[in-house]
Design a protein around this ligand. Structure first.
Ligand SMILES: Nc1ncnc2c1ncn2[C@@H]1O[C@H](COP(=O)(O)OP(=O)(O)O)[C@@H](O)[C@H]1O
Ligand SMILES: [Mg+2]
Length: 243
């Protein structure tokens, strides 16, 4: 975690032909009438493997909801989603949870760390469940990579918000998922730590060819992505290659 992380090279531009996210006419409405809210209003989106995509938009525009649908955490009201070779419509909740494991990494705004497990266990146990014999060694290396090598045996309640965020990031990165979703991953971090974490995400993206789909308010972060998509009121209003 040093300020020099600011000066790492721009990520390589990947140009994979295979499609990793394909959404057709996605809609999402939540709540019951008269409080029913149309959150996503017909999203068509194709993302190619290896791309980095920034999703921008005002608060309440539907960014987190779109990510929830694309990552299989929320079912759409209408339309179809194919992600990482999976047809979400054909899988029940349990099948989806199993299928996501190892394929899709998710960094949420709320960290969802298990309070009764240490930082190390929070990262290692999912790896163990996935059958990795080196789970604890890998987890330790991932926590060191996010600057938490000195907090391995701390419980979430003993960590600051930014530290908890970094544990959640280490947990998402540890299985080396080919598709990584992140919802404002640096929102709880100070500038220097946030920049170092973003460098780590982009380094993984470059090293492993993982597709990176990141919600952000940070224009500098968006500039580092291959593609910038803007959402407003549940619709894509801009979609272009970054300059
Ligand atoms: N469970 C829910 N029921 C009804 N409306 C919801 C629910 N969850 C989110 N919303 C509404 O959906 C809209 C989009 O939310 P969200 O996807 O979190 O936006 P963003 O991430 O862009 O800030 C907001 O207006 C929010 O109030
Ligand atoms: Mg959000």
């Amino acid at each position: 975690m040093t300020a020099s992380a600011f000066s790492s090279p721009a990520p390589a531009r990947a140009a994979g032909d295979s499609i990793v996210i394909e959404a057709r006419n996605l809609t999402l409405a939540l709540g019951r009438p008269p409080a029913r809210t149309e959150i996503l209003r017909g999203i068509d989106l194709i993302v190619h493997a290896g791309d980095s995509v920034a999703l921008l938009g005002p608060s309440g525009s539907g960014k987190s909801s779109l990510m929830a649908v694309l990552s299989g955490m929320e079912r759409p009201t209408g339309g179809s989603v194919h992600v990482a070779g999976l047809d979400f419509d054909r899988l029940n909740e349990d099948q989806l949870a199993v299928a996501r494991r190892g394929r899709i990494g998710i960094i949420l705004q709320a960290f969802h760390l298990l309070p009764t497990m240490t930082a190390l266990e929070n990262v290692a146990v999912p790896l163990e469940l996935a059958g990795r014999p080196d789970a604890f060694a890998t987890a330790e290396a991932e926590l060191e990579a996010v600057g938490l090598g000195h907090r391995l045996t701390h419980y979430p309640a003993q960590l600051s918000g930014g530290e908890q965020q970094r544990v959640a990031i280490a947990r998402a990165l540890a299985p080396r998922p080919p598709l990584l979703f992140a919802d404002e991953p640096t929102g709880n971090l100070d500038g220097t730590t946030g920049a170092a974490i973003m460098d780590l995400l982009f380094r993984r993206h470059a090293d492993t060819g993982a597709t990176l789909f990141v919600i952000t308010h940070d224009p500098n972060l968006a500039d580092r992505c291959d593609r910038v998509i803007s959402l407003a009121d549940g619709r894509i209003v801009r979609d272009g290659r970054a300059a």
